[in-house]
Design a binder for this molecule. Structure first.
Ligand SMILES: [Zn+2]
Ligand SMILES: [Zn+2]
Length: 302
């Protein structure tokens, strides 16, 4: 079951945003999603999808623990016996399966939200100068967009030193970029420019603040009083995991961290996998909005 991919031929992020929706489908998206959601809800009446998702997350942690043991053994001994090798491949396959089940549960949850709050959803064209809805997704794992070279998930990125990226600065990047080969080179360097259909979104269209230009937004959050407000709001979330940011290697939920000696609010927060070095920097006001919504249920201006 891949809700949005199958129904809309589209890419879905964890936070109720669907990218690359064909125009003719977009107009009927809510009706299509609601119908399919109702059908699945009836079919899985007996199942608590959110509880099931939590169970899969717990299983995933166990599977990663086991994989790690074998990988350690492999590094130590230089090879694995046939039986261990087989077991390791089975575990990796199991990890992939758990991933797709977690993604499916998430899509089901989003479909439920769309069905119940259809007045909040709609189609929006991205402003090429301030592509706020897209930078908001920076570092999040999206579903249905995989690297054509290595099949790993892709994420929206822009150059680190670009403070107010326009549409032209954004690109799809393979998450394998952040995994390093033994010689230190990225595992995969594949990138793709954003295409025209990426500029049409289906999602929350009424998000407060997203109509403001990105440089203005970035200025607002860096004012001392806004910075204090945000820090206060996120105080409880430090070291807590988020459903919206998953490690591309382990698929476990990343935790919110703060940087020591940060140069302002847009240098302070990042998410990190608790198992490896994978991280996502929160370097724009729109990402902060996403983080606040992820941990508090409410964004910067709601
Ligand atoms: Zn790749
Ligand atoms: Zn990891």
């Amino acid at each position: 079951m891949s809700f949005f991919g199958d129904l809309l031929g589209a890419v879905a992020s964890a936070v109720q945003t669907v990218i690359d929706v064909a125009g003719d489908i977009a107009s009927t998206a809510i009706r299509v999603i609601r119908t399919e959601y109702q059908r699945l809800k009836d079919q899985y009446r007996e199942i608590d999808v959110s509880e099931r998702k939590e169970a899969r997350h717990r299983q995933l942690i166990d599977v990663n623990d086991e994989i790690l043991e074998f990988e350690k053994k492999l590094r130590r001994d230089g090879k694995l016996c046939d039986q261990d090798q087989l077991h390791l491949s089975e575990l990796r396959a199991k990890r992939l399966e758990l991933r797709s089940r977690i993604d499916a549960a998430k899509e089901f949850e989003v479909a439920s939200d769309i069905s119940n709050h259809d007045d909040l959803y709609g189609i929006k064209d991205i402003d090429p100068v301030s592509p706020n809805e897209l930078t908001r997704l920076g570092g999040q794992m999206v579903m249905g967009k995989t690297c054509s070279k290595c099949q790993k998930p892709m994420a929206i990125r822009w150059p680190t030193n670009t403070l107010n990226p326009t549409l032209e600065d954004l690109f799809w990047s393979c998450t394998g970029f952040f995994q390093k080969l033994p010689n230190g080179a990225p595992l995969c360097k594949y990138t793709e420019n954003l295409s025209n259909p990426d500029m049409k979104l289906f999602g929350h269209i009424q998000r407060p603040g997203m109509e403001v230009s990105s440089d203005k937004l970035n200025n607002i959050v860096q004012r001392p009083e806004t910075s204090e407000y945000v820090k206060q709001k996120l105080n409880h979330a430090i070291n807590e995991i988020s459903d919206d940011y998953l490690c591309p290697v382990h698929h476990e939920r990343m935790a919110l961290k703060t940087k020591r000696n940060a140069n302002g609010l847009l240098d302070l927060y990042y998410l990190r996998c608790l198992r490896c070095e994978q991280m996502v920097k929160i370097k724009s006001a729109t990402q902060l909005d996403a983080i606040l919504e992820s941990y508090n249920g409410k964004g910067l201006f709601s």
